[in-house]
Design a protein. Sequence first.
Length: 396
Amino acid sequence: MTTTPGTPSLLRAINDRAALEVLLRRGPLTRPEIGVLTGLSKPTASQLLTRLREAGLVVLDGIREGGPGRTAEAYRINPDAGHVAGLEVRRAQIRASVADLTGAVTGSFELPTPGSSGGDAIARARIAVEGAADTAGIGIDRLNRVVIGVPGAVDPRTEQLGYASHLPGWHIPDLLSRLRDGLGLPVAVENDVNLVAMAELAHGKAVESPNFVLLWVSAGIGLAIVLGGSLVRGATGGAGEVGYMPVAAAPIIREPGRANTGGLQAVAGAPAVLKLLREHGFRGSRADQIVRRARQALDDGDERAAAGLGELATRLATGLAAIVSVLDPELVVLAGDVPLAGGEPLRVLVEQELHTMTIPHPPLRLSSVDGNPVLTGALHLALGEAREEIFSSTVR
């Protein structure tokens, strides 16, 4: 419904939204507490709660004892007023989670990797969503929306997935439209590193830093750019694909999309990390494993570890220097298997090296989001959209 400034319906919607946001952050709350936190009068708060209960958005949470002979009803957000799903698509499996309107995760499911055909990928995405919804005790029709995290980027002009040649079955025309038709739900497909950044913004080290970058270093390398609390995706969705970015320490690779590698990936991706630290005498079959061993040796004063991790820090700082010089972020978050395995010693080395290369000196922090940050970010994005829609539903 269209409203104009100052109309009763618009004012009610503003008050309803304010109360629902307060209940999300601080609930359960009594009517007097809601009035104080929103600045509403007692009659207005009472009318508001009646309206929200009738809409099914809030429910009674019991009776709270006050002074002598006084009691007050407490209210909370109705968790069943909305549900969302998040998916993480990888070569080995699809992981799915479902959360209710409060953000509580209520179901999860894992499925083997999609096959080679587009139809199979769409069908498996639906199986994963249905599996997670089933463990949450709801049907897929109860979901408000789905956000899918992929190790690539969807071009908004063509709906074609790029930067993910290692993900069979998802390189099909009109990917978003086919997913929406196959699931029967609103669907967004987002880069997985972008979702990690959203998780960090909501629950981690970037809570108070709306202008930051997150560098993900694992099997591949990626960057998320957040400005003003919003993701920067670029014209084709490929903003942050810095694994292909030329750096001084690596040979220039022509047509990196065909080679499926690039400058920074070639010197600081998992294969390069393994090669580097093996040259310094360490053993391991995975990048995080060998970095962890080098860090432990560094703690014992091993000079080989100092040299190996120092070289790795220089390579990472060289890539970050170009990013920091262009974007001037207030914070850099390091995430992924390699930085977390290197821990605080590697973080310090990267920060020291970076600050010798750039005029801005943003602090570097290690990611602090527990669990699966891709799914956490997917649910965060999905909940933001779902709440916007649901919380606006009281407008009449």
